[in-house]
Write a protein that binds this ligand. Structure first.
Ligand SMILES: *Cc1c(COP(=O)(O)O)cnc(C)c1O
Length: 314
């Protein structure tokens, strides 16, 4: 089986909850979290072109970077195990034992901890040299899977949304919402939408962390004008890994009402930003909104206790 064809098409699922009902807004989630038990979310679509490239080059494996809870490394390690590539992960910080790290080891990923200073060097010119020597012919995948090919792969998600509308009884939707980390998925959605629907990118990192520029750069590489066909909302709540009581209570209530699990850093913050827009009346009654559930639930394991703790505080 060509691995490009492997994942099932994601479903589009209508969800009902009190704050949407009050505002008369309908929401459907593109459930990328459910395409596979291990290779979850948007990460599959971003990895697919890199895996195809590794196969084309006859590369023995792939090497990439991320943190101790990284959804990207998790998907890469799982895909490597499934499709027969060796994988190497360069990790931020010092050796830590997290559920993600245990999985990476279980998938057979070779791990190297770079410390914080060493990780900060990842954009400097000589960074890859020693790794190329150590792992000859391995394909290097940028942090977060960022590349134009990855964005173009994510552009296909728009078609999958279109394909799912009929089953909901929707003839169209009014807005598309998605979280942005590296900005690759969002850039892909901009390419796929080509201006057909307003697109809102919810920044998981504060706006001055380079994500708007990364989106603009990817669009530029694709020959599109930056800043057109989408708008950005800072959904980070003060920092990428920053959690708070309001977010925790929102996530737990949403999960209880809809049965859809969220992780706090991307999809939780995305839907809270949507709820805020709805509460402010920024989304007209009768609107139909599609939001991308980009997966990442493996990363929630390490944060679950903290979420419940925060939710209990007033
Ligand atoms: C990585 C990730 C994102 C962000 O995707 P980018 O393409 O890096 O912007 C969004 N949601 C989840 C759950 C993720 O793991």
């Amino acid at each position: 089986m060509a691995h490009r064809d492997w994942p099932p098409r994601p479903s589009l699922q209508a969800v009902r909850c009190s704050w949407l009902a009050r505002a008369g807004v309908e929401l459907a989630l593109l459930r990328l979290d459910r395409i596979d038990p291990l290779i979850s979310g948007n990460k599959w679509y971003k990895l697919a072109p890199h895996l195809a490239e590794a196969r084309r080059l006859g590369a023995p494996g792939l090497i990439s970077l991320g943190g101790a809870h990284s959804n990207h490394l998790h998907a890469l390690a799982a895909a490597g195990a499934r499709f027969g590539f060796a994988t190497v992960g360069l990790l931020r910080g010092h050796a830590q034992d997290t559920p993600t790290v245990r999985d990476l080891q279980g998938f057979g990923m070779q791990l190297h901890w770079l410390g914080y200073g060493g990780y900060r060097e990842r954009h400097s010119p000589g960074f890859w040299e020693p790794w190329r020597e150590r792992y000859p012919a391995f394909l290097a995948v940028a942090e977060g899977g960022l590349s134009l090919a990855a964005a173009q792969s994510c552009a296909g998600l728009v078609e999958m949304i279109a394909d799912g509308l009929a089953a909901l009884g929707w003839d169209d939707y009014h807005e598309l919402w998605a979280a942005a980390g590296s900005g690759t998925t969002l850039a892909g959605l901009v390419l796929g939408e080509a201006g057909r629907h307003p697109l809102v990118g919810c920044l998981a990192l504060p706006a001055d962390h380079g994500v708007p520029e990364a989106v603009a750069r990817l669009l530029g590489e694709a020959g599109r004008a930056a800043g057109q066909g989408y708008r950005l909302v800072d959904a980070s709540r003060g920092g990428f890994a920053r959690l708070d009581g309001e977010l925790a209570r929102f996530i737990l209530a949403f999960e209880a009402e809809t049965g859809v699990p969220l992780e706090p850093l991307y999809t939780g913050k995305l839907l809270l930003a949507l709820q805020e827009a709805v509460a402010q009346g920024a989304i007209a009654r009768g609107s139909r909104v599609v939001a991308v559930h980009s997966g990442g639930l493996q990363g929630r394991r390490a944060l679950d206790a903290r979420l419940h703790e925060l939710a209990a505080q007033s």
